[in-house]
Ligand binder design. Structure first.
Ligand code: UTP
Length: 482
């Protein structure tokens, strides 16, 4: 069908297809549309994979009513805890990780398609400057951490001489963040990385629907749509043929994380070494939940011996959330998910197919902008942690919250997870590194409100700082760089 044909009356074949799926109301206002608006509407509907969307709507609505297996806690004995690790293990994993990286087996996968509504910035979150002395954006910090790991891996690969190591960085954007993200990287010359080691790809969107599964119209000629959630990464990797791209590059392991963590250890060699030794399909770094009402999802088992899965804080009743393990005196459900994951490429392939086959999305009740003003409707999303139930071998790796988790979720002025709180977490950690490396600090504002920042180009996790810091005094706030 040519679009010009559609201007007079709704194109018959398309209308029939819409009827097959009970979505013919999308053409309800056809008679009131101008010719360009009609063309727009036809294109909009043609861009939708109607049979896939219909399957997802039906499977997702049906799965909502199904009973869930009871929640079981994950015992400490099943987690690699900070207390349980030996120095030898840590050193072994670090070396194994660096070796795999220098062999080109690790890729980094960034989830950066979120709209960041709570932060309230019009730019993608990764462009945000959290107010560190260097003024670096989250993207720059992450890029420099990748460069640092490349350097460490190159050094470890060949004592004395340096072989080039390149870690490929896959960055998932969405229609809301794509253009601005690409421009930001271009205008900052990829922060020193090679342009060809960065691949941008877009996650999909899904129509917003009413409770009975009908499309909501945002305007008389456009279906309301929303990003399909950070779990859209699995189908986006599949559709963009990037799983094949990874295989062609020799990648075997994928380090996947969210953009909004100022302390994220991107491409962490220790985590990678642990993952390889464990031989798992998937792994997640976890921190201990700070208090029962903390707004984080926790890892649990669904039913005795069931696979690991994440339960969102909003789905946990308060009694369960505050239950104490009488033996340890700690929360029974204590392993917080902080969106720091490792996957094998084989598993990503399997899970992309399995999620597509099951077609179950989370239905979130939201106010959707529509032709009737803001109307109650459903957004359809997948979450990156939806992958975990598809393997019996998910490994949990506890990390120290103060070392690896500085979330940037809310605007300054909110009571938690703000750019200000994230900046302080970075400054405090880096100050401890500098003092441990023999440096001294002076400060004209109270130390609890300031500190020093260590450039990721100097140190990844506090290593190699003696030569720069021993015996030197730094006036906080400042950045320590080469
Ligand atoms: P959040 O759930 O915190 O959402 O994302 P958000 O969009 O950043 O912020 P709010 O809720 O609108 O305030 C956690 C991670 O998942 C990514 C985000 O970019 C962030 O790294 N994400 C989220 C996506 O990649 N796609 C999405 O559709 C949603």
């Amino acid at each position: 069908m040519r679009i010009e044909d559609s201007v007079e009356s709704p194109p018959q074949a398309l209308l029939e297809r819409l009827k097959d799926y009970g979505q013919e109301d999308a053409f309800a206002l056809w008679d009131e549309l101008s010719p360009p608006e009609r063309q727009f509407l036809v294109k909009d509907i043609e861009s939708l994979d109607l049979s896939r969307i219909d399957r997802i709507i039906r499977c997702s609505i049906r799965s909502q009513g199904l009973p869930m297996a009871a929640i079981e806690p994950v015992p400490e004995s099943e987690v690699s805890t900070v207390e349980g690790r030996t120095v030898e293990q840590r050193e072994r994993w670090w070396k194994m990780g660096l070796k795999a990286i220098s062999d080109g087996k690790l890729a980094v996968l960034l989830l950066s398609g979120g709209q960041g509504t709570r932060l309230g910035s019009s730019d993608p979150k990764g462009c945000f400057n959290i107010g560190l002395p260097s003024g670096k954006s989250l993207f720059q910090i992450q890029a420099e951490r990748i460069m640092c790991v490349q350097k460490l891996a190159a050094r470890a690969a060949k004592e004395g001489s340096i072989v080039p190591v390149s870690i490929h960085w896959y960055i998932m954007t969405s229609p809301f963040t794509d253009e601005a993200t690409r421009k930001f990287f271009e205008s900052h010359k990829y922060f020193g990385l090679e342009a060809n080691q960065v691949t941008f790809f877009q996650q999909g969107t899904m129509p917003c629907i009413s409770k009975d599964g009908r499309f909501i119209m945002e305007t008389p000629y456009r279906v309301a749509k929303a990003p399909d959630g950070n779990g859209g990464v699995y189908s986006a990797l599949r559709y963009s043929k990037l799983l094949e791209d990874m295989a062609a590059r020799g990648v075997k392991y994928i380090d996947c994380y969210g953009v909004d963590n100022a302390l994220v250890r991107v491409a962490d060699p220790t985590f990678l070494g642990y993952f390889i030794e464990k031989g798992s399909d998937a792994a997640a770094k976890v921190v201990r939940k700070a208090y029962p009402q903390e707004k984080v999802g926790v890892f649990v088992r669904r039913g005795k011996g069931g696979p690991l899965t994440v339960v969102e804080y909003s789905d946990l009743d308060t009694t369960l959330a505050s239950a104490i393990n009488q033996q340890t005196g700690r929360l029974r459900l204590c392993w917080s998910n902080v969106c720091l994951h490792m996957f094998s490429l084989d598993f990503l392939n399997q899970v992309a197919d399995a999620l597509e086959k099951d077609s179950i999305y989370h239905l979130a009740e939201k106010k959707i902008p529509s032709i009737h003003g803001y109307t109650a409707g459903l957004k359809m999303e997948q979450f990156v942690f939806d992958a975990f139930p598809y393997t019996p071998s998910t490994a949990l790796f506890e990390v120290v919250r103060e070392e690896e988790f500085a979330p940037v979720k809310n605007a300054n002025g909110s009571s938690f997870d703000t750019p200000d709180s994230a900046r302080l977490l970075v400054l405090r950690l880096h100050t401890r590194w500098v003092v441990a490396a023999g440096g001294f600090l002076t400060h004209s504002v109270p130390l609890y409100a300031t500190g020093v920042e260590v450039s990721p180009l100097c140190s990844y996790a506090g290593e190699n700082l003696e030569a720069i810091c021993r015996g030197r005094t730094f006036h906080a706030p400042c950045e320590i760089a080469f």
